[in-house]
Design a protein around this ligand. Structure first.
Ligand code: HEM
Length: 282
C-alpha cells in the first residue's frame, strides 16, 4: 500500500496524482491518539509544574489587572484563519470519506480567504507585533534541556517562567507555518487547474509529473493539518489553557494567570520599570 496514488499519462509515463486517501484516517487517528495519551499522562502521571523564582521578584501592583495579549487585529486574523482552515479541511476530506457535494468552489474560496489572511498576518507580525516573540530563544532551549533531564528523573535546575509564548507554542507555530505555507503555495498553483475569478485557467502550466508532485505535496500538507488542528483545538479547550483561549476572544488575560505562568522580565507588560529590563544573564 503506497503513500501516493499513480496514474499513466497519455504518453505512457507513470505520474503521481495525489496522496493515498487512507492517510486521512492515519492523521485522524494520530491526532486523537495524541490527545488521549496526553490527557491520560496529565491526569495520572504528571507532577505539578514548578518554576524557578523570578529575579527580580515581580511586584503584582505594577502589572495591570487585565494584561493585553492579543490586539483586535490579531484576534480577527486568528478567527478568520481558523474558519477558513476548518472549511478547507471539511470541503477537502468529507467527499473523500463518501459525502459527495460540489466541494471545489467552497474549497478555493476558503483557500483564497486563508491566503489573504496569512499575507495580512505576515505583514502585521513583521511591522506591528514583536516579531521575535514567537521564535525560540536561548532561555527556551536551556529550559527545554532542563525539563527533559527532570522528566527522566535526573537533577536539573527549575526552568524559568515563560515569555509571552511557551516553547511548545513556538514550536507548534513553526510547524504549522511550514505546513500551512506548503498547502497555500501549492493551492495557489492548483487554482490554475480550475475556473476561479482570479486568473485564466492554465492546466498546461506544468508537466503532468510536476502537477502530480504539487497535488501530492498539497495532499500531504492537508492531511498533516488534520492532526495539527486536532491537537490545537484540544489544547484550546483544556481547562488549564482556557485563560489563553479566552484571551484570543477578549484580548486580555487576568493578572493572576500572567504572574502564575509568565516571567515579567521575559514578557514586559504594564508600566515599564527598571526592574523589568532583562539583565545580561538573561
Ligand atoms: C487546510 C488547508 C487545506 C487542505 C486540508 C486542503 C486539501 C485539499 C485536498 C485533499 C485536495 C484534493 C487534491 C487531490 O485531489 O489530490 C485539494 C484540492 C484543491 N485545493 Fe486544497 N487544501 C487546503 C488549502 C488550500 C488552499 C489554501 C488553496 C488555495 C490557495 C487550495 C486550493 C485547492 C484547489 C484549487 C484544489 C482543487 C484542485 C483540482 O480539483 O484540480 N487548497 N485541497
Amino acid at each position: 500500500m503506497g503513500l501516493v496514488e499513480w496514474a499513466t499519462d497519455p504518453w505512457g509515463l507513470s505520474v503521481p496524482i495525489h496522496v493515498a486517501w487512507f492517510l486521512i484516517w492515519v492523521a485522524l487517528i494520530a491526532g486523537i491518539a495524541f490527545l488521549m495519551v496526553h490527557a491520560t499522562y496529565l491526569r495520572y502521571f504528571a507532577k505539578p509544574r514548578r518554576f524557578a523564582a523570578e529575579r527580580p521578584t515581580p511586584i503584582a501592583d505594577e502589572i495591570p489587572q487585565r494584561v493585553m495579549r492579543h490586539s483586535a487585529a490579531a484576534r480577527a486574523f486568528h478567527w478568520i484563519m481558523s474558519a477558513a482552515m476548518l472549511v478547507l479541511l471539511f470541503t477537502a476530506f468529507l467527499p473523500k470519506a463518501g459525502l459527495q457535494f460540489d466541494w471545489v468552489t467552497y474549497h478555493w474560496i476558503a483557500g483564497a480567504v486563508l491566503t489573504a489572511s496569512i499575507l495580512f498576518h505576515i505583514i502585521h507580525a513583521s511591522f506591528w507585533l514583536d516579531f521575535r516573540a514567537i521564535w525560540p530563544d536561548q532561555i527556551d532551549m536551556k529550559d527545554a534541556w532542563h525539563r527533559t533531564l527532570a522528566f527522566f528523573g535526573r537533577p536539573a535546575p527549575l526552568p524559568r517562567k515563560f515569555a509571552k509564548y511557551p516553547l511548545e507554542n513556538k514550536l507548534y507555530h513553526g510547524v504549522i507555518m511550514i505546513v500551512g505555507l506548503a498547502v497555500i503555495v501549492t493551492g495557489v498553483f492548483m487554482m490554475f487547474r480550475i475556473r476561479t475569478i482570479f486568473f485564466a485557467r492554465e492546466p498546461y502550466l506544468f508537466s503532468d509529473m510536476t502537477w502530480g508532485m504539487i497535488y501530492v505535496l498539497h495532499g500531504l500538507a492537508g492531511v498533516g493539518l488534520i492532526a495539527l488542528i486536532i491537537v490545537h483545538i484540544y489544547f484550546g479547550v483544556r481547562p488549564e489553557k482556557l485563560p489563553i483561549t479566552k484571551s484570543m476572544i477578549f484580548g486580555w488575560m487576568c493578572r493572576e494567570f500572567y504572574l502564575h505562568e509568565h516571567d515579567p522580565a521575559r514578557w514586559v507588560v504594564g508600566r515599564p520599570h527598571a526592574s523589568h529590563v532583562p539583565s545580561a544573564e538573561d
